[in-house]
Every structure is written in structure tokens, then in C-alpha cells.
Write a protein that binds this ligand. Structure first.
Ligand code: RFL
Ligand code: PHB
Length: 391
């Protein structure tokens, strides 16, 4: 088989890249190790920055997003008995976020690609990148038990943190930066209406909690837990107890319970791989970087990488110039490190650190008070949360 761009991974990064390239007449094949049903139902991110929404809408993917997505104009931060609203309208000149599940973005992308006869191969295995430094690199893989090869011009490694692409770059050609956090998030999806109109981030004495949502009838809640903990240790009663305890810290606010549809524990990690290019192989999204979810940046960073990568690939085919491919890593990394910093900052601000000294606890309280009392500090948080321009 042959194609122009071989894309590994059908997450938001790989699917969007394939869609943006197709709009410019560039052909690709997407390989995905899981089934279509699996990727369409994987519960993950929920917050889209304004720039992400604009990009998706301009790329013809806005039909359901603009109808069903929930625009939000602020978030709430709770600590002790305090509650503070970060007002995006006032602090960011009217920018905002939209709540729309990542799996809905994935569903929209898959159905659009298939309607346009895009080539997506699900349930592939044994993907190997053969010769990324050659002019015509290739990959080998198995589908339905048969080994296949695809020759192409460029390979896009969009296969997430645990994929094969990043590790196909020799160790001496890349540098990894990482930090593991001493806690994880236990997330639940609940058949219940939201308990408030906006997201609530809570730093309580027993740990972090977040109240979020997916639609007017589905909520998403998270609690900080031990990274070694297993989901079997968390009965539904124990989860609700922790959520009530951590979120109901202000008068008259009650968390609405409902049937728990899904529950899982996710580790928290910051990670960046520098470089994002090795010859004909380019990395995008979680394949190159991970953030803890507290700043809601992961999918937005994946989309912004793809925005730069598609421009670079289009320029190469239209003009023969690799100028944008050459500057791809540098351009992405500027935005990625901003996202890394903000995600680390929100994580540090809102979680209970098991090893924290009384000195560090006082610093955290001082910062929380500052964010909530100073307009400059609230503005900085708001500006980062709604995200920066793509171009
Ligand atoms: P993905 O989504 O992981 O997709 C990679 C795809 O590659 C496939 N794959 C392979 N395919 C073929 N061959 C192989 N060898 C392969 N190895 C892997 C995988 O099956 C998968 O389909 O990466 P991508 O596209 O870069 O997208 C990144 C986002 O998924 C991720 O950053 C976000 O989900 C992070 N995230 C959040 N991001 C936000 O912007 N806002 C949020 O509110 C937000 N909340 C979250 C989150 C992530 C979470 N978890 C579970 C990690 C909340 C949580 C709890
Ligand atoms: C979510 O709704 O899944 C969500 C919202 C905000 C975050 C992380 C996850 O910071």
C-alpha cells in the first residue's frame, strides 16, 4: 500500500490531522489499535478552549458541537469556606470555553472521515516504523492477522503516551522532561443533572475534587486519590461521601447524586519530549507531551499541534518548502511549555500534597487567597484557562 501521510492513532490528534489534510487534497491512512466502538466511547476530556472550538467549526466540524456543546463563561474555585468565581467575560474580553466530550469530537471526526471515504483501519497491531530517515519511509503492521506495509512521504505519530512513535526516535536524539505527582484522579460519569451551571474546582482539607458535566443530564466528577489505589477499593458510597465532603463547603450548595455509569482512576503526570521531529516522523498530541488534567489542556494542546502540523504539511505539498516542518517542534514547544506550566500551577494550587510541610501548606493558602482577591491574578488564571490564539 501507498499513501502520502501515514497517521498512527485515531484519537483527536490523528483524526483531525487526517481531516484537515483531506480538505487540502492530501491523502492519508489512519491506523488505530482499538476498535471504532472503543475509541468512540472512551471517556476523557471535556473542556474545549475557544481556539479549539473555532478551529473545529472552521474545519466544518461544528454542526453538533455548536448545537450540543455548552458554552461556559467562568469557573468556580472553592477552598476552606471560600468560593470565588473566575469570570471569563470580564477577565478575558469575552472569551470562553465549551463543554463537549472528547468522545463526541472523535465521533464527529470518524463519521466525517468515513462519509468522505477517508481510510481508517481499526484493530491493527504490531505497528513498526521502518526507516524514518529515508525519503520514502514505511511502516509495517498487522490487520486481521495479515502483515502489511505502507510506504509514504511522512509519518505522523499521533498514538498517545503509550504508543510506539516516540520510542522510534533513538534515545540520544530526544530529551524527556517529566514529573509524576503523588496522587491520581478517580473520575466518575453520572446520570444526573449538573449541580451548578459552571465547573467547580475544590481544594478541601481532605483533598481535591472537581464537579464537571457533559450535558444537561450527565455530570462528571473527580476526586484526588492515592496513585497506588485500586478502583475496587472505592464503593459508590465511598465516592459520594468523598465528593459531598470536598465539594459541599459553601452554604446551600448540594451535589446531586445519580447512577454511576463509569468509574476509573487516572495517574497524574507532566511529560514533554523534545524533539517532535525525527526525519520523516513527526509527533503530535499525547505522543509527545502529557499534562495533569487540572488545567484541562491535554486535548487542546493536541489540537494546536495538529493545527501547526497540517499547515506545515500543506506548505510542503503546495510549494515544496519544508520551512514549516523544520520549525514545527519549536513552534509547538512554546505553546506546550505554557500549557505545562499552567497545568502544573493549577495542580499545585488545588491538591493536597501528602508530603507537604506546614510551610508549603501556608504558601498554597496564600496563593489561593491571592488568586481570589487580586484581579491581576484572576485575570492570569482566566487567560490561561480559556487558552491562547493558535496563530
Ligand atoms: P489519544 O487520545 O491518546 O489517542 C491516541 C490513539 O492512538 C491509539 N494507539 C495506537 N494506534 C495504533 N498503533 C499503536 N501502536 C497505538 N498506540 C496507541 C490509541 O488507542 C488512541 O486511540 O491522544 P491524542 O489524539 O494526542 O489526544 C490527546 C487527548 O486524548 C488527551 O490529551 C486528553 O484526553 C487529556 N485530557 C483533557 N484534555 C483537555 O484538553 N481537556 C480536559 O478537560 C481533559 N480532561 C484528559 C482529561 C485526560 C484524562 N485522562 C483519562 C487521561 C481528563 C482525564 C481524566
Ligand atoms: C472534564 O469535564 O472531564 C474535565 C473538566 C475540567 C478539567 C479536567 C476534566 O480540568
Amino acid at each position: 500500500m501507498q499513501t502520502q501521510i501515514e497517521i498512527i492513532g485515531a484519537g483527536p490528534a490523528g483524526l483531525l490531522l487526517s481531516h484537515l489534510l483531506a480538505r487540502k487534497g492530501i491523502e492519508s491512512i489512519v491506523l488505530e489499535s482499538k476498535s471504532r466502538e472503543y475509541v468512540e466511547n472512551r471517556v476523557r476530556a471535556g473542556v474545549l478552549e475557544q481556539g479549539t472550538v473555532n478551529l473545529l467549526a472552521e474545519a466544518g466540524l461544528g454542526e453538533r458541537l455548536l448545537k450540543e456543546g455548552m458554552p461556559h463563561h467562568g469557573i468556580e474555585i472553592r477552598f476552606g469556606a471560600n468560593s470565588h468565581r473566575i469570570d471569563f467575560d470580564e477577565l478575558t474580553d469575552g472569551k470562553g470555553i465549551t463543554i463537549y466530550g472528547q468522545q463526541e469530537v472523535v465521533k464527529d471526526l470518524i463519521s466525517t472521515r468515513l462519509k468522505e471515504n477517508g481510510k481508517l483501519l481499526f484493530e491493527t497491531s504490531d505497528v513498526e516504523i521502518l526507516n524514518p530517515l529515508d525519503d520514502k519511509p514505511a511502516i509495517s503492521f498487522k490487520v486481521d492477522g495479515t502483515e502489511q506495509q505502507i510506504q509514504c512521504d511522512l509519518i505522523a505519530g499521533c498514538d498517545g503516551f503509550h504508543g510506539v512513535s516516540r520510542n522510534s526516535i533513538p534515545e540520544e536524539k530526544r530529551k524527556n522532561f517529566s514529573r509524576d505527582y503523588p496522587f491520581a484522579w478517580l473520575g466518575i460519569l453520572v446520570d444526573a443533572p449538573p449541580s451548578s451551571a459552571e465547573l467547580v474546582y475544590a481544594n478541601s482539607t481532605s483533598g481535591f475534587a472537581l464537579h464537571s458535566m457533559r450535558s444537561p443530564s450527565i455530570t462528571r466528577n473527580y476526586i484526588q486519590c492515592d496513585p497506588e489505589d485500586s478502583i475496587e477499593n472505592w464503593s459508590n458510597d465511598r465516592i459520594w461521601q468523598a465528593l459531598h465532603d470536598r465539594l459541599e463547603t459553601v452554604a446551600d450548595w448540594k451535589l446531586v447524586e445519580g447512577e454511576i455509569i463509569e468509574k476509573a482512576i487516572t495517574p497524574m503526570r507532566s511529560f514533554v519530549c523534545e524533539t517532535m521531529r525525527y526525519g520523516r516522523l513527526l509527533l503530535a498530541g499525547d505522543a509527545a507531551h502529557i499534562v495533569p488534567p487540572t488545567g484541562a489542556k491535554g486535548m487542546n494542546l493536541a489540537i494546536s499541534d495538529v493545527n501547526y502540523l497540517s499547515d506545515a504539511i500543506v506548505k510542503r505539498y503546495q510549494t515544496g518548502s519544508e520551512e514549516l516542518l523544520d520549525s514545527y517542534t519549536e513552534k509547538c514547544l512554546r505553546r506546550i511549555w505554557r500549557g505545562e506550566h499552567f497545568s502544573w500551577y493549577m495542580t499545585s494550587l488545588l491538591h493536597k500534597f501528602p508530603e507537604s510541610s506546614p510551610f508549603q501548606e501556608r504558601l498554597q493558602s496564600a496563593e489561593l487567597e491571592y488568586v481570589c482577591q487580586s484581579q491581576a491574578a484572576s485575570r492570569s488564571l482566566a487567560e490561561n484557562y480559556v487558552g491562547f490564539k493558535f496563530k
